[in-house]
Design a protein around this ligand. Structure first.
Ligand code: U5P
Length: 373
Protein backbone atom coordinates (compact mmCIF):
# COMPACT_ATOMS: atom_id res chain seq x y z
CA UNK A 1 0.00 0.00 0.00
CA UNK A 2 0.98 3.62 -0.40
CA UNK A 3 0.60 5.34 2.94
CA UNK A 4 0.85 9.05 3.79
CA UNK A 5 1.60 9.94 7.42
CA UNK A 6 1.32 13.31 9.11
CA UNK A 7 2.49 13.85 12.68
CA UNK A 8 4.43 16.34 14.75
CA UNK A 9 8.02 15.28 14.09
CA UNK A 10 9.14 16.04 17.63
CA UNK A 11 10.27 13.95 20.58
CA UNK A 12 6.81 13.56 22.20
CA UNK A 13 5.11 10.19 22.38
CA UNK A 14 2.78 10.73 19.39
CA UNK A 15 5.56 11.68 16.98
CA UNK A 16 7.61 8.68 18.11
CA UNK A 17 4.72 6.25 17.60
CA UNK A 18 3.85 7.72 14.19
CA UNK A 19 7.46 7.48 13.09
CA UNK A 20 8.04 3.94 14.40
CA UNK A 21 4.82 2.81 12.73
CA UNK A 22 5.96 4.31 9.43
CA UNK A 23 9.31 2.55 9.77
CA UNK A 24 7.60 -0.79 10.52
CA UNK A 25 5.27 -0.38 7.50
CA UNK A 26 8.23 0.46 5.26
CA UNK A 27 10.06 -2.64 6.51
CA UNK A 28 6.99 -4.67 5.51
CA UNK A 29 7.36 -3.33 1.96
CA UNK A 30 4.75 -0.58 1.99
CA UNK A 31 5.55 2.74 0.36
CA UNK A 32 5.57 5.30 3.20
CA UNK A 33 5.38 9.09 2.78
CA UNK A 34 5.89 11.37 5.76
CA UNK A 35 4.27 14.76 5.16
CA UNK A 36 5.60 16.85 8.03
CA UNK A 37 7.17 20.18 8.91
CA UNK A 38 10.54 18.49 9.59
CA UNK A 39 12.22 15.12 9.28
CA UNK A 40 10.94 13.00 12.18
CA UNK A 41 13.68 12.74 14.75
CA UNK A 42 14.01 8.94 14.60
CA UNK A 43 14.63 9.02 10.81
CA UNK A 44 17.99 10.68 10.64
CA UNK A 45 19.42 8.33 8.04
CA UNK A 46 18.23 6.87 4.77
CA UNK A 47 15.63 4.10 4.93
CA UNK A 48 14.24 2.24 1.91
CA UNK A 49 10.53 2.79 1.09
CA UNK A 50 10.37 6.05 3.06
CA UNK A 51 10.01 9.47 1.43
CA UNK A 52 9.92 12.70 3.43
CA UNK A 53 7.82 15.58 2.12
CA UNK A 54 8.61 18.73 3.99
CA UNK A 55 5.94 21.35 4.52
CA UNK A 56 7.42 24.85 4.29
CA UNK A 57 5.24 27.55 5.75
CA UNK A 58 5.94 30.89 4.14
CA UNK A 59 5.99 33.93 6.37
CA UNK A 60 4.42 36.44 3.92
CA UNK A 61 3.72 39.75 5.57
CA UNK A 62 0.29 39.67 3.97
CA UNK A 63 -0.77 36.94 6.40
CA UNK A 64 -1.21 37.89 10.01
CA UNK A 65 -0.54 34.23 10.97
CA UNK A 66 1.50 31.71 8.94
CA UNK A 67 -1.06 29.42 7.22
CA UNK A 68 0.42 26.07 8.39
CA UNK A 69 -2.82 24.11 8.13
CA UNK A 70 -3.62 25.20 4.57
CA UNK A 71 -0.05 24.73 3.41
CA UNK A 72 -0.06 21.24 4.94
CA UNK A 73 -3.41 20.38 3.29
CA UNK A 74 -2.08 21.55 -0.07
CA UNK A 75 1.07 19.47 0.37
CA UNK A 76 -1.02 16.43 1.34
CA UNK A 77 -3.14 16.91 -1.83
CA UNK A 78 0.03 17.12 -3.93
CA UNK A 79 1.42 13.89 -2.44
CA UNK A 80 -1.97 12.10 -2.82
CA UNK A 81 -1.91 12.90 -6.54
CA UNK A 82 1.80 12.53 -7.28
CA UNK A 83 2.13 9.17 -5.53
CA UNK A 84 -1.42 7.86 -5.84
CA UNK A 85 -1.75 7.27 -2.09
CA UNK A 86 -4.18 4.62 -0.81
CA UNK A 87 -4.36 5.72 2.82
CA UNK A 88 -3.59 8.80 4.90
CA UNK A 89 -2.73 8.23 8.55
CA UNK A 90 -3.24 11.45 10.48
CA UNK A 91 -1.99 11.72 14.05
CA UNK A 92 -4.22 14.06 16.09
CA UNK A 93 -7.72 15.18 15.08
CA UNK A 94 -6.71 18.84 15.21
CA UNK A 95 -5.10 20.01 13.08
CA UNK A 96 -3.93 16.94 11.18
CA UNK A 97 -7.17 15.04 10.52
CA UNK A 98 -8.75 18.29 9.36
CA UNK A 99 -5.77 18.93 7.05
CA UNK A 100 -6.07 15.39 5.70
CA UNK A 101 -9.78 15.86 4.97
CA UNK A 102 -9.10 19.18 3.23
CA UNK A 103 -6.15 17.66 1.35
CA UNK A 104 -8.38 14.84 0.11
CA UNK A 105 -10.93 17.37 -1.12
CA UNK A 106 -8.29 19.47 -2.87
CA UNK A 107 -6.88 16.33 -4.54
CA UNK A 108 -10.39 15.16 -5.47
CA UNK A 109 -9.39 11.55 -4.80
CA UNK A 110 -11.08 8.99 -2.60
CA UNK A 111 -8.05 8.33 -0.42
CA UNK A 112 -8.99 6.73 2.92
CA UNK A 113 -8.20 8.52 6.17
CA UNK A 114 -7.20 6.86 9.43
CA UNK A 115 -6.92 9.23 12.39
CA UNK A 116 -5.21 8.31 15.63
CA UNK A 117 -6.07 10.22 18.81
CA UNK A 118 -3.14 10.56 21.18
CA UNK A 119 -4.69 12.50 24.02
CA UNK A 120 -3.56 16.10 24.05
CA UNK A 121 -6.06 17.18 21.41
CA UNK A 122 -8.94 15.59 23.25
CA UNK A 123 -8.13 16.30 26.86
CA UNK A 124 -6.88 19.84 26.35
CA UNK A 125 -8.87 21.01 23.36
CA UNK A 126 -12.04 19.11 24.28
CA UNK A 127 -12.60 21.64 27.08
CA UNK A 128 -12.29 24.53 24.64
CA UNK A 129 -15.71 24.80 23.08
CA UNK A 130 -14.38 26.77 20.11
CA UNK A 131 -12.45 23.75 18.90
CA UNK A 132 -14.72 20.97 20.06
CA UNK A 133 -16.83 20.97 16.90
CA UNK A 134 -13.69 20.96 14.72
CA UNK A 135 -12.37 17.91 16.61
CA UNK A 136 -15.74 16.20 16.22
CA UNK A 137 -15.69 16.98 12.49
CA UNK A 138 -12.15 15.59 12.15
CA UNK A 139 -13.21 12.38 13.86
CA UNK A 140 -16.51 11.93 12.03
CA UNK A 141 -15.08 12.63 8.58
CA UNK A 142 -12.18 10.19 9.04
CA UNK A 143 -12.85 6.68 7.78
CA UNK A 144 -11.47 4.92 10.85
CA UNK A 145 -10.44 6.53 14.13
CA UNK A 146 -8.20 4.85 16.67
CA UNK A 147 -7.32 5.89 20.19
CA UNK A 148 -4.28 4.78 22.19
CA UNK A 149 -6.19 3.52 25.25
CA UNK A 150 -9.71 2.64 26.37
CA UNK A 151 -9.43 5.51 28.85
CA UNK A 152 -8.84 7.98 26.00
CA UNK A 153 -11.72 6.44 24.03
CA UNK A 154 -14.03 7.01 27.02
CA UNK A 155 -12.79 10.59 27.50
CA UNK A 156 -13.31 11.34 23.81
CA UNK A 157 -16.83 9.96 23.92
CA UNK A 158 -17.79 12.02 26.96
CA UNK A 159 -16.05 15.27 25.93
CA UNK A 160 -16.53 15.30 22.16
CA UNK A 161 -19.44 12.88 21.67
CA UNK A 162 -18.69 12.07 18.02
CA UNK A 163 -21.09 9.92 16.05
CA UNK A 164 -18.34 7.44 15.35
CA UNK A 165 -17.01 4.28 16.96
CA UNK A 166 -13.42 4.49 18.10
CA UNK A 167 -11.10 1.52 18.13
CA UNK A 168 -8.39 1.21 20.74
CA UNK A 169 -4.99 0.34 19.32
CA UNK A 170 -2.31 0.49 21.99
CA UNK A 171 1.05 2.17 21.59
CA UNK A 172 4.21 0.17 21.05
CA UNK A 173 7.94 0.73 21.01
CA UNK A 174 10.78 -0.62 18.94
CA UNK A 175 11.92 -3.50 21.16
CA UNK A 176 15.41 -3.45 19.67
CA UNK A 177 15.99 -0.02 21.24
CA UNK A 178 14.86 -1.04 24.72
CA UNK A 179 16.44 -4.21 26.06
CA UNK A 180 17.35 -5.25 29.60
CA UNK A 181 21.02 -4.68 30.39
CA UNK A 182 22.27 -4.29 33.92
CA UNK A 183 24.33 -1.21 33.13
CA UNK A 184 26.79 -1.03 36.06
CA UNK A 185 29.37 0.91 34.03
CA UNK A 186 26.96 3.75 33.33
CA UNK A 187 25.85 3.74 36.96
CA UNK A 188 29.49 4.04 37.95
CA UNK A 189 30.10 6.84 35.47
CA UNK A 190 27.34 8.80 37.20
CA UNK A 191 29.09 8.24 40.54
CA UNK A 192 26.35 5.97 41.90
CA UNK A 193 27.81 3.37 44.30
CA UNK A 194 27.03 -0.26 43.48
CA UNK A 195 25.00 -0.83 46.63
CA UNK A 196 22.61 2.04 45.85
CA UNK A 197 19.29 1.38 44.14
CA UNK A 198 18.16 3.69 41.35
CA UNK A 199 14.65 5.08 40.89
CA UNK A 200 14.00 6.93 37.62
CA UNK A 201 11.44 9.03 35.79
CA UNK A 202 11.36 10.31 32.19
CA UNK A 203 9.06 13.07 30.96
CA UNK A 204 8.62 16.51 29.49
CA UNK A 205 8.34 18.03 32.99
CA UNK A 206 4.92 19.48 32.50
CA UNK A 207 2.61 20.09 35.48
CA UNK A 208 0.42 17.06 34.72
CA UNK A 209 3.41 14.80 35.41
CA UNK A 210 3.35 15.80 39.12
CA UNK A 211 7.11 15.59 39.54
CA UNK A 212 6.66 16.90 43.10
CA UNK A 213 4.99 13.58 43.99
CA UNK A 214 8.04 11.76 42.70
CA UNK A 215 10.23 13.87 44.99
CA UNK A 216 7.94 13.32 48.02
CA UNK A 217 7.86 9.58 47.35
CA UNK A 218 11.61 9.49 46.95
CA UNK A 219 12.16 11.37 50.21
CA UNK A 220 10.26 8.67 52.13
CA UNK A 221 12.07 5.79 50.41
CA UNK A 222 15.44 7.41 50.98
CA UNK A 223 14.81 7.45 54.73
CA UNK A 224 14.80 3.65 54.65
CA UNK A 225 17.25 2.53 51.96
CA UNK A 226 20.27 3.65 49.97
CA UNK A 227 18.78 5.04 46.79
CA UNK A 228 19.31 7.67 44.09
CA UNK A 229 16.69 9.40 41.95
CA UNK A 230 17.39 10.00 38.26
CA UNK A 231 15.16 12.55 36.53
CA UNK A 232 15.43 12.57 32.74
CA UNK A 233 13.90 15.25 30.51
CA UNK A 234 13.28 18.97 30.57
CA UNK A 235 10.28 21.27 30.66
CA UNK A 236 8.44 24.07 32.44
CA UNK A 237 8.52 22.51 35.93
CA UNK A 238 12.23 21.70 36.00
CA UNK A 239 13.64 24.66 37.90
CA UNK A 240 10.79 24.60 40.43
CA UNK A 241 11.50 20.92 41.06
CA UNK A 242 15.19 21.60 41.55
CA UNK A 243 14.27 24.11 44.24
CA UNK A 244 11.86 21.64 45.84
CA UNK A 245 14.60 18.98 45.99
CA UNK A 246 16.81 21.46 47.86
CA UNK A 247 13.97 22.39 50.20
CA UNK A 248 13.25 18.73 50.95
CA UNK A 249 16.92 18.23 51.72
CA UNK A 250 17.30 15.42 49.17
CA UNK A 251 19.19 17.21 46.41
CA UNK A 252 22.42 15.27 47.04
CA UNK A 253 20.65 12.13 45.90
CA UNK A 254 18.55 13.56 43.07
CA UNK A 255 20.15 13.83 39.64
CA UNK A 256 18.54 16.02 37.00
CA UNK A 257 20.15 14.91 33.73
CA UNK A 258 18.04 17.02 31.33
CA UNK A 259 16.77 16.08 27.91
CA UNK A 260 18.44 12.94 26.56
CA UNK A 261 18.28 11.24 23.17
CA UNK A 262 19.36 7.78 24.39
CA UNK A 263 16.92 7.19 27.21
CA UNK A 264 17.35 3.39 27.14
CA UNK A 265 20.64 3.62 29.05
CA UNK A 266 18.91 5.33 31.94
CA UNK A 267 16.21 2.69 32.16
CA UNK A 268 18.93 0.05 32.08
CA UNK A 269 20.59 1.43 35.19
CA UNK A 270 17.24 1.70 37.05
CA UNK A 271 15.65 -0.63 39.59
CA UNK A 272 12.30 1.10 39.65
CA UNK A 273 10.43 3.55 37.40
CA UNK A 274 7.81 6.05 38.58
CA UNK A 275 5.05 7.71 36.54
CA UNK A 276 2.75 9.57 38.95
CA UNK A 277 0.89 11.79 36.45
CA UNK A 278 -2.59 13.15 37.03
CA UNK A 279 -3.43 12.58 33.34
CA UNK A 280 -1.85 10.26 30.82
CA UNK A 281 -3.46 8.88 27.69
CA UNK A 282 -1.07 5.92 27.53
CA UNK A 283 2.33 6.44 29.16
CA UNK A 284 4.83 5.38 26.52
CA UNK A 285 7.71 5.73 28.98
CA UNK A 286 6.23 2.86 31.02
CA UNK A 287 6.47 0.57 28.04
CA UNK A 288 10.06 1.67 27.43
CA UNK A 289 11.02 1.03 31.07
CA UNK A 290 9.20 -2.31 31.17
CA UNK A 291 10.95 -3.52 28.02
CA UNK A 292 14.24 -2.79 29.79
CA UNK A 293 13.07 -5.06 32.63
CA UNK A 294 12.25 -2.25 35.08
CA UNK A 295 9.16 -2.70 37.27
CA UNK A 296 6.97 0.43 37.44
CA UNK A 297 4.69 2.20 39.86
CA UNK A 298 2.05 4.40 38.21
CA UNK A 299 -1.07 6.31 39.12
CA UNK A 300 -4.65 5.27 38.41
CA UNK A 301 -4.93 7.95 35.74
CA UNK A 302 -6.01 7.48 32.13
CA UNK A 303 -4.25 4.71 30.25
CA UNK A 304 -1.67 3.97 32.97
CA UNK A 305 -4.06 1.43 34.52
CA UNK A 306 -4.22 -0.38 31.18
CA UNK A 307 -0.46 -0.57 30.73
CA UNK A 308 0.27 -1.69 34.33
CA UNK A 309 -1.82 -4.54 35.76
CA UNK A 310 -1.94 -3.81 39.47
CA UNK A 311 -0.10 -6.37 41.62
CA UNK A 312 0.48 -8.54 38.56
CA UNK A 313 2.88 -6.60 36.34
CA UNK A 314 3.53 -3.50 38.48
CA UNK A 315 1.75 -1.36 41.04
CA UNK A 316 -0.82 1.42 40.94
CA UNK A 317 -1.65 4.19 43.42
CA UNK A 318 -4.23 6.95 43.49
CA UNK A 319 -3.05 10.32 42.13
CA UNK A 320 -1.21 12.15 44.93
CA UNK A 321 -0.87 9.15 47.26
CA UNK A 322 2.87 9.39 47.78
CA UNK A 323 2.71 7.45 51.06
CA UNK A 324 1.40 4.36 49.26
CA UNK A 325 3.83 4.89 46.37
CA UNK A 326 6.73 4.99 48.86
CA UNK A 327 5.50 1.86 50.65
CA UNK A 328 5.30 -0.01 47.34
CA UNK A 329 8.70 1.31 46.25
CA UNK A 330 10.28 0.15 49.45
CA UNK A 331 8.83 -3.32 49.10
CA UNK A 332 9.95 -3.61 45.47
CA UNK A 333 13.47 -2.48 46.28
CA UNK A 334 13.93 -4.80 49.26
CA UNK A 335 11.91 -7.93 48.43
CA UNK A 336 13.76 -9.54 45.51
CA UNK A 337 11.37 -12.45 45.14
CA UNK A 338 8.39 -10.13 44.85
CA UNK A 339 10.24 -7.92 42.36
CA UNK A 340 11.20 -10.86 40.17
CA UNK A 341 7.69 -12.25 40.24
CA UNK A 342 6.23 -8.97 38.97
CA UNK A 343 9.09 -8.58 36.49
CA UNK A 344 8.47 -12.03 35.03
CA UNK A 345 4.73 -11.38 34.63
CA UNK A 346 5.49 -7.95 33.17
CA UNK A 347 7.87 -9.25 30.49
CA UNK A 348 5.30 -11.85 29.39
CA UNK A 349 2.43 -9.36 29.43
CA UNK A 350 4.11 -6.65 27.34
CA UNK A 351 5.20 -9.24 24.82
CA UNK A 352 1.62 -10.44 24.66
CA UNK A 353 -0.24 -7.10 24.50
CA UNK A 354 2.16 -4.45 23.21
CA UNK A 355 4.60 -6.08 20.80
CA UNK A 356 5.52 -3.95 17.79
CA UNK A 357 4.59 -6.84 15.54
CA UNK A 358 1.04 -7.23 16.86
CA UNK A 359 0.33 -3.48 16.97
CA UNK A 360 1.68 -3.04 13.42
CA UNK A 361 -0.53 -5.99 12.39
CA UNK A 362 -3.55 -4.19 13.82
CA UNK A 363 -2.84 -0.96 11.91
CA UNK A 364 -2.04 -2.87 8.73
CA UNK A 365 -5.38 -4.71 9.01
CA UNK A 366 -7.14 -1.34 9.40
CA UNK A 367 -5.47 0.04 6.26
CA UNK A 368 -6.28 -3.16 4.36
CA UNK A 369 -9.92 -3.07 5.47
CA UNK A 370 -10.25 0.43 4.01
CA UNK A 371 -8.32 -0.17 0.82
CA UNK A 372 -10.13 -3.41 0.03
CA UNK A 373 -13.45 -1.66 0.71
N1 U5P B 1 11.91 11.36 25.78
C1 U5P B 1 13.21 11.37 25.32
N2 U5P B 1 14.14 12.15 25.99
C2 U5P B 1 13.81 12.90 27.08
C3 U5P B 1 12.47 12.88 27.54
C4 U5P B 1 11.55 12.10 26.87
O1 U5P B 1 13.56 10.71 24.34
O2 U5P B 1 14.69 13.55 27.62
C5 U5P B 1 10.93 10.50 25.08
C6 U5P B 1 10.50 9.31 25.93
O3 U5P B 1 11.49 8.30 25.86
C7 U5P B 1 9.18 8.94 25.29
C8 U5P B 1 8.62 10.31 24.87
O4 U5P B 1 9.38 8.14 24.13
O5 U5P B 1 9.73 11.20 24.81
C9 U5P B 1 7.64 10.87 25.84
O6 U5P B 1 6.45 10.19 25.72
P1 U5P B 1 5.09 10.84 26.31
O7 U5P B 1 5.42 11.29 27.70
O8 U5P B 1 4.78 11.97 25.37
O9 U5P B 1 4.13 9.67 26.25
Amino acid sequence: MKIGITCYPTMGGSGIIATELGIQMAERGHDVHFITSNTPFRIQFHRPNITIHQVDVNQYAVFQYPPYDITLATKIAEVINDYDLDVLHMHYAVPHAICGILGRQIARKDVKIVTTLHGTDITVLGYDSTLRSAIRFGIEESDIVTSVSDALTDDTMSLIAPKKDLRTVYNFINEKDFVPNNNQALKQSYGIPEDYKVISHVSNFRKVKRIQDILYTFKRVREQIKVKLLLIGDGPELSKMRRLAVKLNISDDVMFVGKQEQVANFYQMSDLFLLLSEKESFGLVLLEAMNCGVVCIGTRAGGIGEVIRHEETGLLVEVGDTEQAAAYAQRLLTDDDYYHQLQQNMMADIQNRFSSRSITDQYEAIYQELVNG
